[in-house]
Design a binder for this molecule. Structure first.
Ligand code: SF4
Length: 508
């Protein structure tokens, strides 16, 4: 069990804000946080593992409705009326198994993931530092493991992009949202890898989270717009009169030089350290507009443009797009007309392509190929358009294109929330809940994302700051006409992404 290594010194400012005191509380109460983490680990393991070993729910099974169907249709009222005979008992058990599987699906994909995304935009990476079960397990393994040095290949900055794209695409091929076996394979596989990496490398650190976690890159981007962060006062740090023990920062950050919230897991362990670290409020635009925060790398911008706005949108939308269905039908007709039938054969294994005959859901090779083509086309068209527009606008405005790309973080983050909440909506609709409010709420969220990103881009292009300039190209020197043209070009990615969501929610 880990013990806190941070000491709080008496030189803390007399008036601490509530937020600062909350950060200090986190530093002092590591045991309470660890207890919460282990409860979540248990909950997560049950949610991921148990449903994979239960039968697929009956098509009419419902989670909340009292008239849900049983896995055995002997008597649909059994779930509410109770057990009568041994045969009834089996049906009764099947009812509750169905409910358990549905509950796990609903909690995992309908509640857990969309609200993790939202929490990171609102509170920074508190999820990573305080609640994530995978992070807790990898750190625990690292405390008791081999403690090896981190290999060079693991530090490659492209892993978050590659891992995010691969898990997103593979998740679609095996229908990860619908089948607990697929969820166990992907999420359980990721957890096993996290524990193995923790056991092999680092001494009590989260090497997996820092370098390999498939969502760490996305979370780092979203945390840039969080209105709270752990702020380091460099002057106070340097002036501190006492020698202090090093901060036990699990994601291996150099706390003294910490800038912004992108990489910080907001675990609170460093709060109050050398009277210089404090949990503080800030403008959610501060990090994007260049007042603090890590300089964005090419990998960050590529993940944002091609991953979050390309691959992820393709993955969300193929299930609702009539274009996808028409394209696949046309391809099937083309194949049949030429007597080519093997692409229409069923998937040989559920872990390769979705294959659940008990649920009447079996992909053919053509289905798999169509999903791959759709997602690749989304990445190239949407991501490529955003990339070209950002590059052109940044060049005209004389700013770093990676910095300008960050202006799209609010739109991409809200898009992820909207896309993931499509699963929540599917579950609520199946339960028969009235959803008349949904189009309005989606419209408001989309509007917020579009306006926020439009404003950020406008600020970066027209106001900027000295630190944002490309070396040798002073921002102030750009002609007004060039910046106006850059502003117009900035509207292209907003229009493309916003238009795609409008198609998905209001037209298709
Ligand atoms: S800098 Fe490190 S120790 Fe401090 S809150 Fe962030 S993750 Fe935790």
């Amino acid at each position: 069990m880990h013990t806190a290594t941070i000491t709080l010194y008496p030189r803390l400012p007399r008036r601490r804000t509530r937020l600062a005191r909350l950060g200090d509380w986190m530093a002092r109460h590591r045991r309470a946080i660890l207890a919460v983490q282990w409860v979540i680990v248990l909950f997560y393991l049950v949610l991921v593992a148990l449903p994979a070993f239960l039968p697929h729910p009956h098509p009419e099974a419902r989670l909340f409705s009292s008239d849900f169907g049983a896995a055995s249709a002997i008597d649909r009222t059994l779930c509410t009326t109770g057990v009568q005979t041994p045969t009834d008992k089996a049906a009764y058990l099947a009812c509750w198994q169905d409910r358990l599987v549905l509950l796990a699906q609903y909690l995992f994909w309908g509640v857990w993931w969309p609200f993790v995304i939202l929490s990171i935009m609102l509170m920074g990476r508190v999820w990573c530092g305080v609640l994530c079960p995978e992070g807790a397990l990898t750190e625990f393994a690292s405390r008791h493991g081999r403690g090896g040095a981190i290999p060079r290949w693991m530090r490659w900055g492209g892993w978050p992009v590659v891992a995010f794209i691969l898990t997103t695409v593979y998740g679609q091929l095996v229908s990860v949202y619908d089948y607990p076996q697929a969820a166990l394979l992907i999420l359980g596989g990721s957890t096993v890898a996290a524990v193995a990496v923790g056991w092999l490398y680092g001494k009590g650190k989260r090497v997996w989270c820092r370098f390999l976690c498939p969502v760490s890159g996305v979370f780092a981007l979203l945390a840039r717009i969080a209105p709270i962060h752990f702020k380091v006062d460099r002057a106070a740090w340097d002036e501190h009169p006492l020698r202090t023990t090093a901060v036990d920062c699990a994601p291996l950050l150099d706390v003294k030089h910490l800038k912004g919230g992108a990489q910080c897991h907001a675990c609170g362990r460093c709060s109050g350290h050398r009277d210089a670290v404090v949990l503080a409020a800030r403008s959610p635009n501060a990090e994007i507009l260049g007042a603090g925060g890590d300089t964005p790398r090419t990998g960050d911008a590529v993940l944002l443009l091609f991953g979050m706005l390309g691959v992820a949108m393709g993955a969300f939308l193929w299930t609702v797009s009539p274009w996808f269905v028409r394209g696949k039908q046309a391809a099937a007709e083309w194949l049949v007309a030429r007597d080519i039938f093997w692409p229409l054969a069923d998937s040989p294994a559920w872990w390769l392509l979705t294959s659940h005959p008990e649920a009447g859901d079996v992909f053919s090779w053509l289905d798999g190929a169509a999903i791959l083509v759709w997602i690749a086309a989304s990445a190239l068209l949407l991501g490529g358009l955003c990339w070209l527009a950002v590059r052109a606008a940044a060049r005209l405005a004389g700013i770093d294109w990676r910095r300008l790309a960050l202006g799209l973080v609010p739109l991409a983050g809200i898009g992820l929330f909207l896309g993931l909440s499509m699963m929540s909506v599917t579950h609520l609709r199946a339960e028969g809940l009235p959803l008349g409010w949904l189009p309005g709420l989606r419209g408001i969220l989309l509007g917020v994302g579009l306006l926020w990103s439009a404003w950020l881009g406008g600020q970066l292009i027209t106001v900027g700051a000295g630190s944002l300039c490309v070396p040798g190209i002073p921002l102030r020197g750009q002609a007004t006409a060039a910046r106006m043209l850059a502003g117009l070009i900035w509207l292209l990615p907003l229009g493309a992404v916003g238009g795609t969501w409008i198609l998905a929610f209001y037209v298709w």
